[in-house]
Design a binder for this molecule. Structure first.
Ligand code: HEM
Length: 543
């Protein structure tokens, strides 16, 4: 005591500071990232953690292989999640920390626990510049409002979000719209796609099928949304709208790093420019439509924009220009890449196992209609093989391979855990779940469309939590049927019109995912192939 009294003020301050630093340093001895709380009940993901940075550097280093490596690590270290008798312990889960963020990796999405989870401020912050207040980004009341506003009836009489979403799905993507706007856009653009591929076939030249699929879905979605395609299929040149979209998506996916990196690498300027191009495209069409509307020229129900423009809120007001822009860009971003990528992966699988083309061709010949003219009813009733094939491509290569939602409050996930604290992100990975034999059986990693067909050849799909490619529950994908219709129509048409092979040297020259022997994906919110899908098509002489 007397020694302490003899210390000068400076010495006391220094001592206090050293103790505080010591305490701080000691408190992060578990190598979690700065700004996260200790969680000894969770198992650090078998990564190399860095002091105060947690998993940041490891995640950055592995970003090219994030799906495969996660899968491999999870498999190799699954014993860490079991109890001493070797039984799975549901209260345990792997966890990853990045500065300010704790992620808990779960094997099952938000079933039964939806109300406590939302996209959250983190997701919103990184997406809002592009997606505005669109349905993809917002939560709670705003999400319900967006859903209600998407419903021509205004959602009257509906009380629970579950029923709102069902109702919204059935209103925006009505059978009437499927038979009108949606079918005609898909048929027009499918006809163009077949002509472009036919041109390559006639010139005996190889081409990038993945790029063509991006152009095709961009044109079909912009035509559906705005009544005007970007003309991407009419040229081999990059389309500014598509380039801007791709760029924005890449930046949004890297969002945990962007606050740091954008200061140094010019990302912010490029992102601002990308958003400017997207805005310009949307607002020009909206302005044009407003003028036409005033002149009495705009016909209702000719595209999704006209449907949105006809909506009125409770006060009788139409959607604002920015709400219109957000609604349509959200639909395009939700539907364009997801569908195109699903088609690329499915075609890759078919090209590698061409025996599956036979059943697709047989089904197409039974349709009794030109494959370009497949309509919604034909798809629903007569195309189980094409649909099962698309299901299977999407199962193994889900277009939204990983996802994360933020906890609004403390929680314990269903069936005994793990425990979640307010602000934690729960993160699941459908790419990994597709390869899990406990979910899909011993042949989980095999491409096998027949797993979705019953003995009578009828289509059957497990519940939305097992087949989770389109999410589930209240935030089930709104465009699921649209995507399945479009994808199945394309697979049927491409199979029946052409014979397919990889360009010579493609398989040997393409970097493959080390765990899966399929082409490497590019880090993104969705699942683009990292390299072009180089193929050759030959016109089929027999149907
Ligand atoms: C193969 C194609 C598709 C796949 C795999 C897919 C998958 C998904 C997934 C996983 C979600 C949940 C995303 C999240 O939690 O953030 C979602 C949401 C959504 N999807 Fe799709 N999607 C596809 C195509 C489409 C299409 C064609 C459209 C419409 C044009 C569409 C519209 C939406 C919308 C509006 C949401 C947000 C729903 C909400 O938050 O309430 N999707 N989709």
């Amino acid at each position: 005591m007397s020694t302490l009294l003899e210390l000068s003020t400076v010495q006391v301050v220094l001592l206090a500071l050293s103790l505080a630093i010591g305490r701080f340093v000691y408190s992060y001895r578990d190598y979690r990232a700065l700004g996260t709380r200790p969680r000894p009940d969770l198992v650090p993901f078998p990564n190399k953690q860095t002091y105060l940075l947690g998993d940041l550097l490891a995640v950055w280093k592995d970003r090219k292989f994030y799906l495969g490596r996660f899968w491999n690590n999870q498999q190799r270290h699954a014993h860490l999640l079991r109890d001493e008798k070797g039984r799975a312990d549901p209260s345990k889960a792997f966890t990853v920390t990045l500065p300010g963020i704790r992620m808990i990796l779960i094997n099952q999405a938000e079933r039964d626990a939806f109300d406590n989870y939302e996209k959250g401020p983190l997701f919103r912050r990184s997406m809002q510049q592009v997606l505005g207040d669109g349905i993809f980004v917002v939560d709670g009341h705003q999400w319900r409002y967006v859903l209600v506003s998407m419903m021509p009836s205004g959602g009257g009489g509906l009380t629970t979000p579950r029923s709102l979403q069902r109702k919204a799905t059935s209103k925006i993507f009505t059978a009437g719209n499927f038979k009108g706007i949606i079918t005609s856009s898909i048929q027009t653009q499918l006809g163009k796609l077949l002509r472009v591929i036919g041109g390559h076939a006639d010139r005996h030249e190889a081409f990038d099928l993945a790029d063509l699929f991006f152009r095709f879905t961009l044109d079909s979605f912009t035509e559906m949304a705005f009544g005007m395609s970007t003309g991407a299929l009419d040229t081999d040149e990059p389309v500014p709208f598509a380039v801007a979209f791709d760029y924005a998506q890449g930046v949004m996916d890297a969002s945990p790093f962007s606050p740091i990196t954008e200061r140094f690498n010019g990302t912010k300027t490029k992102m601002d420019e990308a958003v400017r191009i997207l805005d310009e495209f949307a607002y020009e069409i909206i302005s044009q439509r407003e003028i036409e509307g005033r002149d009495g020229k705009s016909g209702a129900d000719t595209d999704l924009l006209s449907l949105y423009m006809a909506l009125r809120d409770e006060g009788g007001e139409p959607l604002s220009r920015s709400a219109l822009r957000d609604a349509l860009l959200n639909l395009i971003i939700a539907g364009r890449d997801t569908t195109a990528q699903g088609l690329s992966w499915t075609m890759f699988r078919l090209l590698r196992e061409p025996q599956y083309f036979a059943a697709l061709r047989e089904e197409a010949t039974q349709l009794g209609t030109n494959v370009e003219d497949v309509d919604y009813d034909t798809w629903r009733n007569d195309m189980p093989t094409a649909t099962a094939t698309f299901y299977e491509g999407l199962r193994l290569h889900p277009s939204v391979p990983k996802n994360a939602w933020q906890a609004k409050g403390d929680d314990v996930l269903p069936n005994g855990g793990p425990r979640v604290e307010k602000g934690d992100l729960i993160s699941w990975n459908d790419w990994i779940r597709a390869r899990d034999p406990e979910i899909w059986g011993p042949d989980a990693t095999a491409f096998k469309p027949s797993r979705f067909l019953g003995p009578d050849g009828r289509l059957g799909r497990p519940d939305e939590w097992t087949y989770h490619v389109f999410n589930g529950g209240r935030r089930l994908c709104l465009g699921m049927n649209l995507a399945l219709f479009e994808g199945s129509a394309v697979l049927a048409a491409l199979s029946s019109e052409f014979d397919w092979e990889f360009e010579a040297g493609y398989l040997d020259g393409t970097e493959m995912c080390e765990m899966d022997n399929t082409p490497l994906y590019r880090p993104s919110l969705t699942l683009p192939m990292a390299a072009p899908l180089r193929v050759r098509a030959t016109r089929r002489t027999t149907a």
